[in-house]
Design a protein around this ligand. Sequence first.
Ligand code: ZN
Length: 221
Amino acid sequence: MFLNIKNKIINILNLFLDLIYNKKCLICSCAKTDELLCKNCAKDIHYLSNYAHKIFNNIPFYSATLYEGNIKKLIHKLKFNHRKQAAIPLAQILFKYFKNIKQEKDYIIIYPSSYFLKSAQRGYDHMYLIVKEFSKLTNFEINKKLIKKIKYTKPQYKAKNRHKNIKNSFKINEKEIKNIKNKTILLIDDITTSGATLEEIINLLLKYNINEIICLTIAKT
Ligand SMILES: [Zn+2]
């Protein structure tokens, strides 16, 4: 209860900060441009090649960048500092990369939503904010209901425990399957480390014969 009130206050304060800093760079606070990531700070972002860095069960995994420098700072601001605006430059970075791998397909976006208690604690689902901005840039529809997180999972730092930790933590909403027919799933996440979360979701989708999937993350470690 106390945590919820505390987070509501933080969210309101950040709303004011967003208004004040509306035209300032989220990283260096400079106001030379009206962008949330100034040109100087954007220079620090190095895009990866447009080849899949991994193939898992025939599904390609693409990452726009490495989890370092200003990308790491932007993700931290969004996830831990309540700076919701950071979702905008993150989606733009993802879009800039995606344009190079895009094929003429009918895509539908899905993402690993946060466990509902985690979203309630933070006051928002940070991944939803990213895909919402990405959807504005691409006009791809988002399906929020197909995959649901049904278990809270603690962040795991040891790679060998990640798969065990995430096992059975997502569920498919069978009623939604008809809504994704003949579409290519664009499975988006912020960071991939071991790939455990995305692999868990892919295995789940494959069980339901949903196999037109592309994985796309902003950063990989
Ligand atoms: Zn800057």
